[in-house]
Design a protein around this ligand. Structure first.
Ligand SMILES: Nc1ncnc2c1ncn2[C@@H]1O[C@H](COP(=O)(O)OP(=O)(O)OP(=O)(O)O)[C@@H](O)[C@H]1O
Length: 502
């Protein structure tokens, strides 16, 4: 295109005022001049030919930062992301924010070569990557001497936990530069332990986090990892006693039942998963055939998920627990408690007589098993399961539970035991992650936090837990919007100040 070309001025017809001229090279190399109107006619013709398939579609250029899209609207934004995804580019920037699209397959972009490539690089210079975000946070922390935080948000199954793992991996790799010190090993070992006890298969995600976590990696001012801290939020306790169709209980139960040795099976009185009430609800889906006739359709079970090797997972868990500092004796106690919870769920009740509401346990042979595994007296356990103690003015009353109450109490006991176990595991992990140097007052520490909470959920039956999860997501989104708008507002001010100063 030529602006104010001599030729255009010379050849212009009266009344036409060319400001530019279109110049096109023909196939034989000769130059062809055209007016804007003729060029528009040709392009329109080309567009029609392409639409009919006579001409090849032009290769669409993709933008690695959505802010660079010439025309930013929902359609172009989604098309750009789709186009990139087709070429296995799962990451795209929106300024300093990173969008990740779950590829649901392994991509070879997380090996040490990539760690090196993204070390100390300027955001936007290379293809967008999760390592680039970790790198920017790390160097911003070192340069500005300020703590940093990375917030990960997205609906269930979108890849938040996987992204957290990549971030933690890169954050520790940047610090160690090739050497795996003790603390980094513990940080990396903590992930599989938390996942085994706090993740489960859901309808949306085979490895869904059923708790929120904030992992804070602490550094010395030189950038060396000092230690870490894990904060846990709201473990979904209801899953322990009830799961929706096609969902499972926490992974650790299936690992234990598949991977325990013969000796452990005997010691913990282990059975098959389908023999435990807390695990066998998934196989049966009520199928309504007519209005007054319900029957239970036997669906294929989901005790094992495609591609899963539970025995191997149990071995991996044992290794990770060892890395985090759980001694064999402690591990045995943990597995004994898990077995006790499973047996506890099998306790069922019946009315003693038709006349009153008093109840009895219909399978008393389970009681000695639970009492042995929990190391509590059988009588005390029985009392706790069938009676309630209340104190009135100067009087202690022991009242029997009603049938429905007793089932709720049994489930509450199981939920409390598991929740206490999970809290204790997080506590022990934190103890192992805490470096004594953290506590020394003369060492100034910096940190990078990664927030990974459960994603937005909408099931057929949504419980109080879904309400809490979705509310937390809404709050996080609100915080994010506020933060981004504040940054946007600050930007013009900073620009004006800079212009005035210069
Ligand atoms: N970058 C990735 N590369 C390969 N696979 C991935 C990636 N991100 C996610 N996945 C796959 O998607 C699955 C679900 O991801 P993830 O568990 O991280 O989701 P989530 O957002 O944390 O879900 P929830 O909120 O339910 O915990 C993973 O188990 C993994 O198989």
């Amino acid at each position: 295109m030529m602006l104010w070309p001599r030729m255009a001025l010379e050849n212009r017809l009266s009344g036409e005022d060319y400001r530019f001229l279109l110049r096109e090279k023909n196939l034989d190399g000769s130059i062809h001049y055209g007016s804007l109107q003729s060029w528009l006619r040709v392009t329109e013709e080309r567009r029609r030919m392409m639409e009919r398939g006579f001409l090849p579609q032009p290769q669409q250029k993709d933008f690695d930062d959505l802010c660079s899209l010439p025309d930013l609207n929902e359609k172009t934004l989604l098309e750009n992301l789709r186009n990139r995804f087709k070429h296995e580019k799962i990451y795209t920037y929106v300024g300093s924010i990173l969008i990740a699209i779950n590829p649901f397959k392994f991509l070879p972009i997380y090996n040490p070569k990539y760690v090196k490539m993204y070390d100390n690089h300027q955001l936007g210079k290379l293809e967008p990557h999760i390592y680039a975000v970790a790198d920017v946070a790390y160097h911003a922390m070192l340069q500005r001497k300020r703590n940093q935080c990375i917030v990960i948000s997205g609906e269930s199954g979108s890849g938040k936990t996987q992204s957290t793992n990549f971030l933690i991996h890169h954050l520790t790799a940047l610090s160690q530069k090739g050497f795996a010190s003790g603390v980094e090993q513990i940080i990396l070992g903590a992930g599989p332990v938390l996942e085994a006890f706090g993740n489960a298969k859901t309808a949306h995600n085979n490895n869904s986090s059923r708790f929120g976590k904030f992992i804070q990696v602490n550094y010395q001012e030189t950038g060396t990892v000092l230690g870490a801290y894990v904060e846990k939020y709201l473990l979904e306790k209801s899953r322990l006693v009830y799961q929706e169709h096609n969902e499972r209980n926490y992974h650790v139960f299936y690992y234990l039942l598949a991977g325990a040795s013969e000796e452990e099976r005997l010691a913990f009185h282990l059975k098959q998963p389908e023999e435990y009430h807390y695990l066998n609800q998934i196989t049966k889906k009520p199928l309504r055939q007519s209005w007054d006739d319900y029957c239970y359709d036997s669906e294929p079970d989901c005790f094992t998920v495609e591609g899963e090797d539970l025995r191997h997972d149990f071995e991996r868990l044992q290794l990770a627990m060892e890395m985090v500092g759980f001694l064999p004796k402690t591990r045995r106690q943990i597995f004994s408690l898990l077995s006790a919870i499973l047996h506890l769920g099998n306790i069922c009740y019946k009315k003693k007589t038709y006349r009153d509401d008093s109840i009895d346990i219909c399978n008393p042979e389970v009681l000695p098993v639970v009492s042995e595994l929990l190391e509590v007296k059988e009588e005390m356990l029985f009392e706790a399961l069938v009676t309630r103690k209340t104190v009135t003015v100067g009087e202690k009353l022991i009242l029997p539970y009603k049938l429905a109450e007793a089932v709720t109490v049994r489930n509450s006991m199981a939920k409390s035991l598991y929740s206490a176990l999970f809290d204790w595991i997080v506590f022990r992990i934190n103890h192992a992650l805490m470096n004594s140097k953290d506590l020394e007052q003369n060492i100034k520490t910096l940190s990078i936090g990664v927030l990974d909470i459960f994603g937005f959920e909408d099931y057929e039956n949504n419980s109080f837990e879904q309400f809490c999860i979705n509310f937390a997501n809404e709050r996080l989104q609100h915080y994010f919007n506020q933060h981004i708008f504040k940054l946007e507002q600050m930007m013009p001010k900073a620009c004006i100040q800079n212009t005035l100063a210069s």
